[in-house]
Design a protein around this ligand. Structure first.
Ligand code: ASP
Length: 345
């Protein structure tokens, strides 16, 4: 690849970064990419070419869904050869879900796909959007002497940190420092220089072809345990018609109540072919189902280990695997094999 040919496609989906306050209601509403660009004249200072693509109308990320993820996959696929990298402007609320989904849907990716957004609109004086946008573009355009991209992964860049997308979680509704990758080191840190943590970056096998995927099955539920959870709550969720998988958010290293009704319901659901994946409610650390009796019994009931997966990653990976028609046993097995660096086994 010729380094001089660096060109980025900037995709604007919506989110606070591109919003403006409605003077009548005071609520934040979307405005278009052209207006957004006016607030960032620095965009013209990049030495490489930047083209833009805008969702019309822009979306608050609360409305993001697999259909919108597919749209993004189509855009990346349609422009894959033409651009050396992609930056996606996205609302922060569900950015970690979109980043996780894209990491699975863009198989064999060898170019940067950097998601970013902001907590304050780009037109506001103290906005964090400008820095996030400009540094994301710089990272998406960064390459080595051979012209190969430095970060050929789906990432989130936020408040000076570049993180693997499928390892991220939104942790703060108002601070600029809103995302964390608790279980995996950051891929780069932006200060005076951008320091890349090369050993942590995923480089795809050169022989693995880029392949976009569009099939996602949303017959999934998330069941978060809490002390005192009632039998009818668990049985109602596990009894949902058409349900194929559950992300079970357990305590600590993957522990759950030992109540016989609870284990009976889980065992029955597993036997009926519902895939139940154990992830921890803790921000950091991993599920170890053999560590305590309270986790071991889940294993015996047929619950699969989610290791150190985020809920966002487990949900989207399950959608991906179920969408591709894998049988329950195969889905369980694949949940324990990293697809895009999303778990440490
Ligand atoms: N509600 C907005 C969104 O996620 C919040 C943000 O962008 O920070 O689209």
């Amino acid at each position: 690849m010729n380094p001089d040919n660096t060109s980025i496609l900037l995709i604007y989906t919506g989110g606070t970064i591109g919003m403006i306050e409605n003077p009548e209601t005071g609520a934040l509403e979307n405005f278009n990419l052209e207006q957004l660009q006016k607030h960032v004249p620095e965009l013209h200072n990049f030495t490489f070419h930047i083209d833009t693509y805008q969702f019309d109308p822009p979306m608050d990320s609360s409305d993001m869904d697999p259909e919108a993820w597919c749209k993004l996959v189509h855009i990346v696929n349609d422009h894959y050869e033409k651009y050396t990298g992609f930056v996606i402007l996205h609302g922060t609320d569900t950015m970690a879900f979109t980043a996780s989904a894209l990491s699975f849907m863009l198989e064999g990716l060898k170019k940067p796909v950097i998601l970013t957004g902001s907590q304050l609109p780009i037109g506001v004086l103290r906005t964090d959007g400008k820095e996030n946008l400009l540094t994301s573009l710089e990272i998406a355009g960064a390459h080595n002497a051979d012209g190969n991209p430095l970060v050929p992964e789906v990432c989130i860049f936020f408040e000076n940190h570049l993180m693997r997308g499928n390892r991220t979680t939104k942790i703060n509704a108002e601070n600029f420092n809103a995302f964390r990758s608790f279980n995996y080191p950051i891929l780069a840190e932006a200060g005076i220089h951008i320091k890349y943590n090369n050993v942590q970056i995923l480089f795809e096998d050169a022989n693995r072809k880029f392949k976009p995927h569009y099939l996602m099955d949303t017959n999934i539920a998330v069941l978060k345990l809490f002390p005192g959870i009632q039998e009818n709550v668990v049985s109602s969720i596990l009894g949902i018609e058409g349900l194929k998988a559950v992300v079970l958010e357990t305590y600590g290293s993957g522990n759950a109540p030992r109540k016989p009704w609870f284990l009976h319901l889980l065992r029955k659901a597993c036997d009926e072919g519902i895939v139940i994946v154990n992830v921890t409610q803790c921000n950091a650390g991993t599920v170890e189902m053999e560590r305590y009796e309270t986790g071991y019994q889940l294993l015996q009931a047929g619950v699969a280990c989610g290791y150190d997966s985020t809920t966002e990653s487990a949900v989207t990976k399950l959608m991906f695997l179920l969408g591709h028609g894998y049988a329950p046993d195969e889905v369980r097995e694949r949940m324990s094999i990293p697809m895009a660096g999303e778990i440490t086994v």
